[in-house]
Design a protein around this ligand. Structure first.
Ligand code: ARG
Ligand code: ZN
Length: 433
């Protein structure tokens, strides 16, 4: 009898722990990209551009760059769609080339790098030899100790849609003079698929913290948000989940290449909300959300910038994205409207570019966002310039120019971060001159 009771307890315990495991650690299948390819086309007529815009609305295709005339447009196409799409290209005489033969090979390499790296590291330590998750990055940032010369403090400025902390880290030399202090804002990870963004921004934080030669901290406070959109969490684990997207279909919404969890935060700001280059289709990469500020990640960031003006004299706003190697100057919302300060903004951008290029020879295209990449609205850079009145507002698009695109292998993190650091530091020094 006792034997049966014991067996029953064991079985119940086992079954229970099994379900507990499942509940706390849902098994989510890894998404595979076998046979997915990335093609590059360059629309040279308005008709060709229209064809691409129309393909962009097809949610089985994943546009890695927005379609714009005379620009490189990179499109990830799943295996079973390749023939059909190539026929469309041929029909409209759109020239194309293959950029990535097999997306899965690159994704698998990163997955591997992350897994192999794990045993050798502490949870709150990161290096720049692989990509890290939100939890790891925040644990690392929270444990940063910058010693005597630099004061680091953090603040939770909001909570994400899924309840994660929105965190900003402030670096200063501790002086409160003058008040408000000249200040610069740097943020990363609006978009899940732009893995190089948090990697680079954390490298910048590490340098601010540990490099004793950053004397600009005597004159400027630097605020850094490594992850604007923390609900990208699953993407670094290469896990997927399925969710209802629109009425017609289910679509993977959280995966390594997804733009965000449904809403594209960089289309959700109020300034020019809903304008060119945005979509009201939930399944689109350019989905702007139901209304401006619908996303807490976006609203809280804007509120923080606006509500801190007693202590921070905001002079520069730089949002770090990938890819394409650009330093983009507002406005983004159309291709012919230039801000009044454009000449000064362009001067600083050109100097940042020289500083960045000097490190490894990597060139960046400097110019007006809306005309270079085509219009897109409700963006952070336009809002920061126009509404928050931050003159030196930029979007950086880091490496590369498309060989790997979003799947930049981890070995390029350090060189990318090293060159970007120089652009950011140049801006920090410049704004107090
Ligand atoms: N990576 C940025 C985004 O997707 C690019 C913004 C500039 N793009 C443009 N089409 N002007 O939000
Ligand atoms: Zn982006």
């Amino acid at each position: 009898m006792l034997k049966y009771i014991i067996i029953t307890i064991c079985v119940v315990g086992f079954v229970e722990s099994f379900f507990w495991e499942l509940w706390s650690n849902p098994i989510i299948p890894v998404r595979e990209f076998n046979g997915h390819k990335v093609y590059r086309v360059v629309p040279e007529t308005l008709e060709q551009l229209d064809v691409l815009k129309w393909l962009e609305a097809d949610n089985d295709l994943d546009f890695w760059t927005d379609a714009a005339i005379y620009q490189n447009v990179d499109i990830m196409i799943q295996k079973d769609k390749v023939n059909e799409i190539l026929n469309t290209f041929k029909e409209y005489e759109i020239q194309y080339q293959v950029m990535i033969e097999d997306v899965e090979t690159l994704v698998a390499a990163e997955r591997h790098a992350i897994e192999n790296h794990k045993p050798s590291r502490r949870f709150d330590e990161i290096d720049w030899y692989s990509y890290y998750s939100y939890d790891e990055i925040i644990a690392w940032a929270d444990s940063l100790d910058c010693g005597e010369n630099v004061d680091i403090s953090s603040q939770v400025y909001g909570s994400s849609s899924e309840g994660r902390d929105l965190k900003v880290y402030k670096f200063t030399n501790g002086s409160s003079d003058p008040n408000p202090r000249p200040s610069m804002w740097v943020d990363g990870t609006f978009h899940a698929r732009e893995w190089i963004s948090p990697a680079t921004v954390t490298y910048f934080m590490n340098d601010l913290c540990r490099n004793p030669s950053n004397t600009f901290l005597n004159d400027v406070d630097i605020y850094v948000v490594p992850i604007v959109n923390p609900d990208y969490e699953f993407s670094t684990n290469f896990l997927v989940t399925w969710t209802e997207c629109g009425e017609k279909q289910e679509r993977i919404t959280i995966h390594p290449l997804d733009a965000s969890v449904l809403v594209y935060p960089n289309r959700n700001f109020e300034f020019k909300f809903g304008g060119n280059g945005t979509s009201n289709d939930k399944c689109s990469n350019n989905y702007r959300g139901p209304n401006a500020w619908s996303e807490p990640e976006v609203r809280s960031l804007a509120e923080y910038l606006i509500s801190t003006t007693n202590s921070a004299d905001w002079r520069a706003y730089i949002t770090v994205h990938s890819y394409g190697q650009y330093i983009l100057i507002p406005y983004s919302f159309d291709n012919e409207t230039f801000p009044a300060d454009f000449p000064e903004m362009e001067n600083l951008a050109t100097d940042m570019e020289s500083a960045m290029k000097a490190i490894h020879g990597t060139p960046f295209t400097v110019g007006h966002s809306g005309s270079i990449l085509g219009p897109t609205s409700g963006c952070a850079d336009d809002w920061a310039y126009e509404v928050a009145n931050i003159t030196y507002s930029y979007t950086y698009e880091l490496r590369d120019t498309g060989r790997f695109g979003f799947l930049l292998p981890a070995q390029y993190i350090i060189p990318t971060a090293e060159e970007t650091l120089e652009g950011l530091k140049y801006a920090a020094r410049f704004i107090t001159l």
